[in-house]
Design a protein around this ligand. Structure first.
Ligand code: ADP
Length: 434
């Protein structure tokens, strides 16, 4: 296959005009020499003509023989301009792309393909470089059927990547108006889709598991109350209390799941209502006073007297601060104090922002847990979280709400010395003329 600028096609393509010129010069010189010999009487006309015919044959026949020998290659030869264009198209493709001949030999490959599969080399068989039986079968089938074929290419270095490989047969025009079949092999990165799919499956599995646990407890207690404990008034009271707690847990979980999906649905729409954040925080803190009292924790509020406005969704902000302050009261209760404060500062790029800090003095969080705290259903201690009525969705919801407000969530903790959760929001621009 000579789509490339290989020696077989270039040796044939270049010399058409050169060979014509060389033959003409030889014949001209021979003709002149023979004329001189005839004019000087050293050669007869008949002999001179015979000698000219021999010279002409000597000049032209090897050329014809050469053409006959290379004609099979020539049929498959490709116009060099077209070959260069094909190479440029492959090089310019955004995804990794490789053009193969009908045997699977690499004719062109772009930089992305070379980076993805360094074993792929020009003029070498792709089958040796991509030693996957699935790819080899797909390639063989694409060549045999002239229909596109798909296969999966797994890359493990430097990180796991799933690539979909599409092999598309493409007819390439040859020099003399025919076509030759090549294979265009393109790689499409499916890793993000795969990850989302895995996350979705994990989420469904986790949510079902979280719902099934209280449901199993409920149906167990119903059976007990209908059977062995039917007439046991004391046991009935106790079991009904547990059933109530389990039902509340299920309701809370469903509530959190719905809130999360609502925030996710509107994640791309930034809230645009101006809200004063100070009374929102105060309302949440007041509402959590009974819990603070129960856990013997003092809530220390340090908020400005003047309004502080951000572009926000009031309901979501209530939910956000409720989660942060409630977590501080639940998990940091041993510290006896929770401080809720608000500061106005500039972010790293100079944007003025409003920061709400919720600080507790409890056991804190070990550093290895910090990056995963906002994952759905992630808990440092599952038993502790369940005992506190947690769903494992609170901080995930907080992160989504902060993101929708185009803000940032910072989590800092010193084990044994409490944790600080900081929600940062871009400050609302003052009204024009203010
Ligand atoms: P949960 O419903 O379990 O409270 P969250 O998403 O709100 O779920 O929190 C995830 C986990 O983070 C909690 O289970 C807890 O282990 C840990 N956590 C959250 N806030 C604090 C805190 N202030 N101090 C210590 N650990 C915390």
């Amino acid at each position: 296959m000579a789509i490339d600028d290989s020696s077989s096609s270039s040796s044939y393509l270049a010399p058409w005009s050169d060979r014509l010129r060389h033959s003409a010069i030889i014949l001209l010189v021979a003709g002149l020499a023979l004329s001189v010999f005839v004019a000087t009487g050293e050669l007869g006309v008949a002999r001179a003509i015979a000698a000219f015919i021999c010279i002409a044959a000597a000049a032209l026949v090897p050329w014809r023989l050469h053409d006959a020998a290379t004609s099979r290659e020539d049929v498959r030869g490709v116009n060099p301009v077209e070959a260069a264009a094909v190479s440029a198209v492959v090089a310019g493709m955004p995804d990794p792309a490789v053009l193969l001949d009908r045997a699977g030999r690499v004719l062109h490959l772009n930089a992305a393909a070379a980076q993805l599969a360094p074993a792929l080399r020009k003029n070498e068989l792709a089958q040796f470089a991509l030693r996957s039986p699935e790819i080899i079968t797909a390639l063989r089938e694409a060549i045999a059927t002239t229909e596109p074929r798909r296969a999966t290419y797994l890359d493990h270095v430097p990180v796991d990547r799933w690539m979909e490989l599409i092999i598309t047969p493409v007819p390439v025009p040859t020099l003399f108006g025919g076509t030759d079949k090549c294979m265009l092999m393109t790689f499409h990165d499916q890793t993000p889709l795969r990850r989302v799919e895995e996350m979705r499956a994990d989420f469904v599995a986790n949510a079902s598991h979280e719902l099934r646990t209280p449901l199993a407890a409920l149906s167990g207690f119903i059976d007990t109350l209908q059977g062995p404990a039917k007439d046991d008034v004391k046991a009935r009271e106790r079991f009904l209390g547990i059933m109530h707690a389990q039902a509340t847990r299920m309701a809370r979980l469903i509530d959190d799941l719905l809130s999360l999906s609502r925030v996710e649905l509107s994640a791309h729409v930034r809230p645009d209502t101006s809200v004063d954040i100070v009374p929102i925080i105060r309302q949440v803190a007041d509402g959590l006073e009974p819990l603070a009292h129960e856990r013997q924790v003092a809530i220390d509020i340090d908020l400005p007297e003047l309004p502080v406005t951000i572009a926000g969704d009031r309901e979501e902000l209530l939910r956000l601060f409720e989660n942060l302050i409630e977590n501080a009261l639940k998990y940091g209760a041993s510290g006896g104090k929770v401080i809720v404060s608000l500061v106005q500062a500039a972010s790293a790029d100079g944007t003025p922002e409003v920061r709400v800090l919720v600080r507790d003095f409890g056991p804190g969080i070990a550093p290895e847990h910090l990056p995963r705290l906002t994952e759905r259903f992630y808990r440092v201690d599952v038993g502790d979280s369940r005992a506190q009525g947690g769903t494992g969705l609170g901080l995930s919801l907080v992160k989504h709400i902060v993101n929708r407000h185009r803000g940032r969530l910072l989590i800092e903790s010193v084990p044994k010395n409490g944790a600080t959760f900081t929600a940062c929001f871009p400050q609302a621009k003052p009204p024009a003329g203010a």
